[in-house]
Design a protein around this ligand. Structure first.
Ligand code: HEC
Length: 148
């Protein structure tokens, strides 16, 4: 008797779970069905539907370009360190003073120019095109402070 009772309980639990699942899935599939119909109206609707996602992505990326300037240590660690910590791509390592000595001899302006425009395996701005020139120069200063 007790066993029968508990198997009934399982049955009811299964039914409740199925109803809940349908309550979640059915409105969703109706919405999808609606959007499939919209698709036949043209691509503009599809653009409008994906826009919130795109806007979210833009909002996420915005602080890098439009926000307050990042400090040099942060930029160094997140962008430049990828090559200059390890020597990847033949980059002069930040702790290799002799590798920097000759470069420092070119003068600061030349180093700024290399960092801004790229040099051989180094892409312009270390690949972080969203950084401002001032941020890049400050980061070069940061590196020079470390290699002195
Ligand atoms: C993809 C790897 C890579 C990244 C990322 C990178 N660098 Fe470089 N960097 C290099 C390489 C390689 C060189 C050596 C270029 C050469 O002389 O051939 C170099 C050289 C330099 C030099 C010396 C330039 C010269 O004229 O001798 C400076 C200054 C410099 N990097 C600054 C930076 C700054 C600042 C960042 C971050 C914003 C950065 N780098 C990010 C690879 C990188």
């Amino acid at each position: 008797m007790a066993e029968q009772h508990s198997s009934k309980g399982i049955m009811w639990a299964t039914i409740v779970a199925a109803v809940v699942l349908m309550a979640v899935v059915v409105p969703f599939s109706i919405r999808n069905h609606g959007s499939a119909a919209d698709n036949s109206k043209g691509a503009d609707d599809a653009d409008a539907r994906i826009q919130p996602v795109a806007r979210f992505e833009l909002a996420k990326a915005a602080p890098a370009g439009g926000g307050a300037p990042k400090d040099a240590a942060t930029i160094y660690n997140s962008v430049c360190g990828a090559c200059h910590n390890s020597g990847a791509a033949g980059a002069p390592k930040v702790d290799d003073k002799s590798a920097w000595a000759a470069r420092v001899g070119q003068g600061k302006e030349a180093l700024y120019k290399s960092a801004l425009n790229g040099k051989n395996a180094m892409p312009p701005k270390g690949g972080a095109a969203d950084l401002s020139d001032a941020e890049i120069k400050a980061t070069v200063d940061y590196i020079l402070g470390k290699v002195k």
